[in-house]
Design a binder for this molecule. Structure first.
Ligand code: ADP
Ligand code: MG
Length: 618
């Protein structure tokens, strides 16, 4: 293997290898790089275009199709065509249940706090795997266009993404064969694309207004000494250009006196009209009138009517801007720059509304579909150490985390995080009456702790005996500028607390760091696969535990036949657990769940739902 040297300060490789920037969007995704002229450029893979629709289709051989081609199956085979997967990343069924009607595919309802899964054909997919399909397509396009292997990337996420959503994005990258150098906030990337924040002496407050296909968010950022601080975010994850298309469609239905009932049964016509509506909307970004015919249906729209149709939605985005400013304790006049992001900001009415609200012309020179990916490419270039003009802050060269169920590494402070830094997460117990919790701290990039470097271990003692899932244990990591890590564990209900100090760099040579990084890259794919199997097993085991206890405890509410059938499902899950096959385990777990769901509803036992919560430490 070629010798690669690593810059310890940045954790980055000093080798002429391209690091791409990726905007993994809800509607569209794209990839950019820094071209030989040192300018960011989006990748256009020979005629395939720049935007990859974030849609994944599974045919009946479980083969995947991604992007434009997949989009065509939205009408013909909706239950196997997965769109908007970004909304599901790092989320539990409970998080998305309220909006489940917008998804035409099956999201597994296990009524728990564990992460959602999606069924297509007879296979189960996590949003991580689905996002990885999109990332693989972007990687392949970049490799094809640049004629060189692409193994490293910076990926962007919305500023409001929580820790679990960021971790899921990282995992998706890993699974796609990418070493994710950093997860960057979309508004930060957009500012970088406009050159804002590159000069460390610059101090600015900016607003980034991002209206995409299905989501809207506004972020207020403060930039100081090259550090981007998110002061506030606001928005609506179910508002975007799709709503504009729908409003146009409804308008045409009304104007043409179409029978909604007849129409809603004609998927193909509906889809044709919806695409026509999107085309009309896009046309009106540069002209005043749109006039087409679909069969006998007139598809006519002028700008004035369009504005009336969307004004309530646009007003909603402005209210969100107001709220974001309020949360940041600022007024519109405190904002130095306003940046427009997202395809829907091309609509002149939207642009004008933003300008009117902030009282200044927003930055819109850069294509709003591309701006985030371009900024990600700049960030990648900075991490690669190619920009001497930019101050590089100290970063941690390896990830720091703790061991969770099944020997998994749960990263709390990710590699390449700037120091000083602080991060934490909440955990719970896995067994009823558990009074001690062992906390093992590890360093490294592998998914299984046994492959990582153990730094310390301690017990949090004196947790009051409670049913499994009830204790709330916060684990906080604080890494100071001198490289000293303080790990604190506190059980919130009782206040019991324990704390240790570690120096993660102690005894760590450059060679070790290099070896650990190279190993993690080599094993990335199999690591993520193992992790998913362990997670499926943990969930399956937890479900067994709950189901067995349930039929024991509530036998009087069940018929003999129901108990017998439940036992059959339980046995099936047990055999599935023995196979070590993720899909088999998930399938049997789903069947047991589906079968017992009505019982649980019947009994309405609060304990059962709490027993199924969250990640657990053994
Ligand atoms: P996301 O960030 O959610 O992936 P994008 O930023 O790619 O989304 O925005 C997609 C949305 O932008 C779609 O609703 C699309 O119709 C809309 N859009 C694209 N081009 C235009 C245009 N010229 N005028 C108005 N809307 C547009
Ligand atoms: Mg976007």
């Amino acid at each position: 293997m070629a010798k690669i040297s690593i810059n310890l300060a940045t954790g980055s490789f000093q080798k002429e290898e391209i690091i791409v920037g990726i905007d993994l969007g809800t509607t569209n995704s794209l990839v950019a790089f820094i071209n030989p002229d040192k300018n960011p450029q989006v990748i256009n893979d020979s005629g395939k275009g720049i935007l990859v629709p974030s849609v994944v289709y599974f045919n009946n051989q479980n083969e995947t199709v991604v992007g434009n081609e997949a989009k065509e199956f939205l009408t013909t085979d909706p239950s196997n065509t997965i769109f908007s997967v970004k909304r599901l990343l790092g989320r539990s069924y409970k998080d998305v249940a309220e909006h489940k009607d917008i998804f035409s595919y099956k999201i597994i309802d296990d009524d728990s706090d564990s992460l959602v899964k999606i069924q297509a054909g007879n296979r189960f997919y996590t949003p991580i795997e689905l996002s990885a399909e999109i990332l693989k397509e972007l990687k392949a396009r970049a490799e094809h266009a640049l004629k060189t292997p692409v193994n490293r990337a910076v990926i962007t996420v919305p500023a409001y993404f929580n820790d679990s959503q960021r971790q899921a994005t990282r995992d998706a990258g890993k699974l796609a064969g990418l070493d994710v150098m950093r997860i960057v906030n979309e508004p930060t990337a957009a500012s970088l694309a406009y050159g804002i924040g590159l000069d460390p002496s610059q101090q600015k407050t900016i607003a980034v207004y991002d209206l995409g296909g299905g989501t809207f968010d506004v972020s207020i950022l403060q930039i100081q000494n090259g550090i981007f601080e998110v002061l506030a975010t606001n928005g609506n994850t179910y508002l975007g250009g799709d709503d504009f298309d729908r409003a146009i469609l409804n308008h045409w239905i009304e104007k043409n006196n179409l029978d909604i009932k007849v129409l809603s049964e004609d998927n193909i016509l509906m889809q044709t009209l919806r695409l026509q509506a999107e085309a009309a909307k896009k046309a009106l970004s540069t002209q005043n009138l749109y006039n087409e015919k679909v069969g006998e249906i007139w598809c006519t729209l002028d700008n004035q009517t369009f504005e009336q149709l969307i004004s309530a939605k646009v007003e909603e985005t402005i209210t969100a801007c107001k709220n974001a400013l309020k949360d940041a304790d600022l007024t519109a006049s405190d904002i130095d720059e306003v940046i427009l992001v997202g395809g829907s900001t091309r609509t002149p009415f939207v642009k004008q509304a933003v300008e009117d609200f902030f009282g200044k012309k927003p930055q819109d020179n850069i294509n709003p579909d591309e701006v985030v990916a371009l900024g990600a490419a700049i960030q990648a270039d900075v991490l690669a150490g190619n920009r001497s003009d930019i101050l590089l802050l100290d970063v941690t060269p390896l990830s720091l985390g703790i061991e969770t169920m099944g020997g998994l590494m749960d990263v709390i402070i990710a590699r390449n995080s700037k120091v000083p830094t602080k991060a934490g997460r909440q955990y719970t117990t896995s067994v009823d009456g558990q009074v001690n919790m062992k906390i093992s701290v590890y360093q490294g990039e592998r998914d299984l702790v046994k492959e990582n470097r153990k730094l310390a271990e301690f017990d949090l003692k004196g947790i009051p005996a409670m049913p499994a899932g009830l204790p709330k244990v916060d684990i906080n990591f604080l890494l100071n500028a001198d490289g000293i890590l303080t790990v604190q564990a506190i059980e919130l209900r009782s206040g019991v607390k324990q704390e240790i100090e570690i120096t993660p760099s102690y005894g760590l040579s450059d060679d070790t760091v290099e070896k650990m990084l190279l190993d993690s890259i080599e094993h990335a794919k199999s690591d993520v696969e193992q992790r998913m199997l362990i997670e499926a097993r943990s969930e399956g085991e937890q479900l067994l535990y709950t189901a067995e206890r349930f039929i024991e405890k509530h036998a009087e509410h069940l018929t003999a036949e129901e108990i017998a059938k439940t036992k059959v499902h339980i046995e099936a899950l047990k055999s599935a657990l023995a196979t070590q096959e993720k899909d088999t385990i998930l399938k049997k777990a789903d069947e047991l769940n589906e079968f017992t769901r009505p019982f649980a509803e019947r009994v309405m036992d609060a304990a059962i739902s709490t027993a199924m919560k969250g990640k657990k430490i053994e």
